[in-house]
Design a protein around this ligand. Sequence first.
Ligand code: ZN
Length: 134
Amino acid sequence: MKVYTEAFTFKTRGPIDLIDITDNVQKIVTKSQIKNGIAHIFAPHATGIVILTENEPNLLDDIRNLLEKLVPEKGDYGHPSNAHAHLRSVLLPPDKTIPIIDGRLALGTWQSIMFVETDIYPRTRTIIVTVMGE
Ligand code: ZN
């Protein structure tokens, strides 16, 4: 079995910005030359989430609204300044594992890999992709 790891970075625009990272991940899978196995996609951040969803603007607004409803910006929080950002981030995991078949991420037709910024400022974010297989 072969293991290939590569990271990439990108900028976000602030609270609940959603960034489609599918192409970045597929490029790394292609570069790994691994044809069959799995890709693990991980965001090493305390205020960031990785989701699989349809990249459709109205749906992305629905996701923003859902996170705002589940964890409002103002609340009786203990952590200074950005507690809601951390709490939104603990609701959903910072990683995904996706099968690779014939060198391609085996995503469904409407599945895109998206990073969700939950922090209160624009940030530079990192995604670590680990490709395992043969
Ligand atoms: Zn904090």
